[in-house]
Design a protein around this ligand. Structure first.
Ligand SMILES: Cc1cc2nc3c(=O)[nH]c(=O)nc-3n(C[C@H](O)[C@H](O)[C@H](O)COP(=O)(O)O)c2cc1C
Length: 182
């Protein structure tokens, strides 16, 4: 009753290299309201986060935002889901112990019968090792761009990268997870 809503400001400051690895068959599921406040998390989501169910339900989803993640990734996600589209992406998440875990995430809007967005659902699986290696390099470049010129710069870099590789974000992400991009 009446406890504080946790946000990224309450996240651990002692970031470590301790990786929590998902099992091949795990699905991590969470749901939010329209603002990104967590309304549901399955058992694996709660476990890997390191928080108690009481702490994490009602928290802002950015509680598990890892500082390594470029801001552009979340902008892309929110821009799509607010337009009732799906988002796929690779996300490094922060656990309460300061460790991390990588996921291949899918986010989709929840609609009522009139088609209005009433919240969002995310399902995540273990990403391929190859995808994590590739995306780590790309996120580093996007972070550098953001440090120099903000999200405008990282957005430009991402678009140039996709153009150079004659692909789209969605195609790129799927091929990466399927292992089609060497
Ligand atoms: C259903 C859903 C699931 C989300 N899952 C994650 C997640 O696993 N990790 C994460 O960092 N952000 C996730 N987000 C995005 C967060 O809402 C937020 O945009 C992000 O953590 C960046 O927060 P910030 O802009 O306050 O730094 C999710 C959003 C929604 C709607």
């Amino acid at each position: 009753m009446g406890h504080k809503r946790l946000t990224k400001n309450d996240a651990p400051k002692n970031i470590t290299d301790h990786e929590h690895v998902l099992n091949e068959n795990d699905f991590i599921v969470s749901k939010t309201d329209t603002k990104g406040i967590i309304t549901y998390g399955n058992r694996i989501f709660v476990e890997i986060s390191g928080y108690s169910k009481e702490e994490i339900i009602g928290a802002n989803h950015n509680l598990i935002r890892h500082p390594f993640m470029p801001r552009i990734a979340f902008k892309l996600a929110w821009d799509l889901i607010q337009q009732k589209k799906e988002f796929f992406g690779f996300v490094k998440n922060l656990s309460k112990d300061g460790g991390y875990y990588w996921v291949f995430a899918y986010i989709t809007p929840d609609l009522d019968t009139k088609g209005s967005i009433i919240g969002y659902t995310s399902v995540r699986r273990k990403p391929s090792t190859h995808a994590v290696e590739e995306i780590t390099g790309i996120y580093k470049l996007l972070n550098d761009a953001e440090n120099r010129g903000g999200m405008k710069a990282s957005e430009k870099l991402l678009n140039e990268y996709l153009e150079d590789n004659k692909t789209t974000y969605e195609k790129f992400v799927h091929e990466l997870q399927m292992g089609a991009i060497a």
